[in-house]
Write a protein that binds this ligand. Structure first.
Ligand code: ADP
Length: 195
């Protein structure tokens, strides 16, 4: 059965790296809204231009637009067949509500919370210096994460779907923690059928 997973973490927590490894291990499709928006920017569409100014300011693209983009992606055959790791979505309570509707009878198996402190992620981001990583934008994103996204962790936790993993350490160390937190989901070839 295809898996449906969500990964959470502050900007700079290492979500991108761990997502790539999980996708390799599980064969699910990586749906990263940040990557999708960066592709829109690169393609130079009017939407891309608008998204760029929002992202550069550290603000969020509106829920309607994001839900429409994700809804279309989740309906594509590769996702339907192989399942998904959602990265960057949902980011607000409204997006989480809509996600449940979009997935329909495709249940979310787990939400992974990659936990790295504000001090640590700030230090990492100042080191990597991506061009939308101005100190103001970083501060704004971290603030929005606390106010908009963190409450979603409580929702997943209340449904017993949340696993929290310490994101400090080498890539391998963190990935091993993610795998053990996911338990049988990452055991290759362990069919989840009852028959
Ligand atoms: P980060 O660098 O914080 O890990 P992403 O690469 O996921 O973030 O996204 C980069 C930017 O794209 C965000 O700061 C935000 O402006 C925009 N964005 C991405 N996903 C969403 C979303 N689900 N809702 C609103 N805006 C989003």
């Amino acid at each position: 059965m295809p898996h449906h997973l969500v990964i959470f973490g502050r900007q700079g927590a290492g979500k991108g790296t761990q997502s790539a490894r999980l996708v390799d291990a599980l064969g699910v499709v990586h749906v990263s809204t940040g990557d999708m928006l960066r592709a829109a920017i690169a393609s130079g569409t009017e939407f891309g231009l608008r998204a760029k100014s929002i992202m550069d300011a550290g603000r969020l693209v509106d829920d309607e637009t994001m839900c429409a983009i994700v809804n279309d992606r989740l309906a594509e055959p590769d996702v339907v067949d192989a399942g998904v790791l959602l990265d960057g979505f949902p980011r607000t309570p409204a997006q989480a509500d809509r996600l449940v509707v979009m997935l329909g009878d495709r249940a979310i198996d787990r939400a992974i919370n990659l936990e790295v402190s504000i001090e640590q992620v700030t230090a990492r981001m100042l080191e990597r210096a991506r061009d939308d990583d101005t100190p103001e934008a970083i501060a704004k994103r971290l603030e929005l994460y606390e106010t908009q996204t963190r409450p979603l962790l409580e929702w997943f936790d209340s449904k017993d779907l949340l696993v929290t993993v310490d994101g400090l350490g080498t890539e391998d160390e963190v990935f091993n923690r993610v795998c053990s937190a996911l338990g049988n989901i990452t055991e290759v070839g362990s069919p989840n059928h009852d028959e």
